[in-house]
Ligand binder design. Structure first.
Ligand code: GDP
Ligand code: GDP
Length: 435
């Protein structure tokens, strides 16, 4: 599982600056997607070949007793409990404050590795700062400058060193796709899991070896095998699965990272919320194949259905690559169709795209609509090859490809999606200019 780094510190020390720095490599991938807003507290990052999750506990106040600060403190407590590594940020320019000392006292009892990070360290006397913060009792402070990026890469390498790198090994085909069922509380995830699994369909059930392992539950439907990845604490109680823990964003995000196909469950009786959109955005950012299950379709009238369709078109426009299913987990309606789309999305995500066919599809797309001229240069697209899968990466070679507008990239995505029937998976398009 990908390690989770949680940022803690009093306001203004630079947590969001560091968060942006740690997740920036991914930003470009999701830039300009219509309707997509980023969750500024949860993100994916990559340094070298290491992927990780980052959580920013902005607003953390360990002594707040009520109100919104209390709610934020509660969420920060949950994030601390689920962290693999805690980065405690302090401000090298402001020096040690009583607020820092309160947080340090809390973190010393966290039972998690804590690294003391002195931010805004550009051009300051490091020895003096180190002596000042040493008094927090959290070891040697690590200097960084989040704003300038100094020391950030080294910081990530240092704190992630104890965690095994997962070698991204290809999932063996006979176990079928790894599926994560995600969604906010009460949309019907546990009901769907029970409907999917039934008791007799579970093939085996491994309990996790350590708390970091996700539970995976292999099962069979329609002669095909799947592996369900546990999300928010789905646990077996007797013969059924239930969500016994409170909803956890971190566990949801970990499951999204772990799986091949995300099933995003929405509640037809509710409008699309920011939380729905953020979970969907995260799946897109992670490059996961995705199927949307609009659940509780049995419980809503036509007026509500129409309203929901409008709401989805507006708020989930960036999921145009995915198939949507109207289902009832409770009445077991629409499940077969849903699983067919899971299969199709998995095939699309892992498809082999041969260079000659890709190049032909590219030429047809360009013939129908040429890329816009940029200044004096007319971009010229010569050929395309596959640069990766899960999600499929299509690398386009040619001249003057540096400033292809996002709208044209999306046009190409649609062309490739149609040509190769890739519905269900996001695509990544990269350009290589050859002189
Ligand atoms: P947060 O409240 O902890 O999330 O802090 P922010 O990320 O919003 O940063 C607070 C202020 O510190 C902003 O004005 C940043 O521009 C500034 N800041 C962040 N990182 C650095 C840094 O490395 N050096 C300097 N000099 N300023 C920084
Ligand atoms: P979770 O928190 O996402 O795991 O949601 P649950 O599976 O616990 O379901 C929350 C509530 O919605 C329960 O009362 C379920 O009985 C109900 N529910 C789940 N699926 C459906 C459905 O398809 N139709 C209707 N009418 N109710 C459902």
């Amino acid at each position: 599982m990908k390690p989770t780094i949680v940022l803690v510190g009093r306001p203004n020390v630079g947590k969001s600056t560091l968060f942006n720095r740690l997740t920036r490599t991914r930003d470009a991938l999701v830039a300009d997607q219509p309707g997509l807003t980023r969750d500024r507290h949860y993100g994916i990052g990559r340094v070298g070949d290491r992927d990780y999750l980052v959580v920013d506990t902005a607003g953390f106040d360990p002594v707040a007793k009520d109100g919104i600060m209390h709610e934020m403190a509660r969420q920060a407590e949950q994030a601390i409990a689920e962290a693999d590594v805690l980065l405690f940020l302090v401000d090298g320019r402001a020096g040690r404050t009583p607020h820092d000392e309160n947080i340090a006292a809390r973190l010393r009892r966290a039972g998690r590795p804590v690294h003391l990070v002195v931010n805004k360290a550009e051009g300051i006397d490091r020895a003096m700062v180190a002596a000042d913060f040493h008094a927090l009792g959290l070891g040697d402070p690590l200097p960084v400058s989040a704003a300038h990026g100094d020391g950030v890469k080294q910081l990530v390498e240092l704190v992630l060193a104890p965690f095994p790198t997962d070698d991204e090994k290809e999932h063996s085909d006979d176990e079928g796709p790894k599926v994560a069922i995600v969604g906010r509380p009460n949309v019907g995830k546990s009901t769907l899991v029970n409907t999917l699994l039934g008791e007799e369909r579970v093939i085996a059930f491994d309990m996790p070896g350590t708390t970091r392992d996700a539970i995976s539950i292999p099962f069979e439907r329609g002669g095909k095998r799947y592996t369900l990845i546990d999300t928010a604490g789905l646990r077996r109680r007797g013969k059924v699965f239930e969500a016994v823990e409170k909803f956890s964003v971190i566990k949801t995000l970990q499951a999204v990272q772990e799986c091949n196909v995300v099933v995003l469950v929405l509640d037809a009786a509710q409008d699309i919320s920011d939380q729905d959109a953020h979970i969907a955005g995260f799946a897109l950012e992670a490059g996961r194949a995705l199927v949307v299950a609009i659940n509780k379709w049995d419980a809503v009238d036509n007026y509500r259905r129409d309203r929901l369709e409008t709401d989805i078109a507006r708020k989930l426009a960036f999921l145009s690559f995915a198939r949507f299913h109207r289902i009832s987990a409770l009445k077991a309606e629409g499940i077969v169709g849903l699983l067919k789309s899971v299969d199709a999305a998995y095939s699309a995500a892992t498809a082999n795209l041969a260079t000659p066919r890709l190049t032909r599809a590219l030429q047809q797309a360009v013939a129908r609509q040429a890329p816009p001229r940029h200044g004096l240069a007319r971009p010229k697209m010569r050929y395309a090859h596959q640069g990766g899968m899960n999600p499929p990466v299509i690398v386009i070679h040619g001249n003057a490809l540096d400033d292809i507008p996002q709208s044209y990239v999306r046009y190409l995505e649609r062309c490739f999606m149609d040509a190769f029937d890739l519905k269900g998976t996001p695509l990544r398009i990269q350009f290589r200019t050859t002189q």
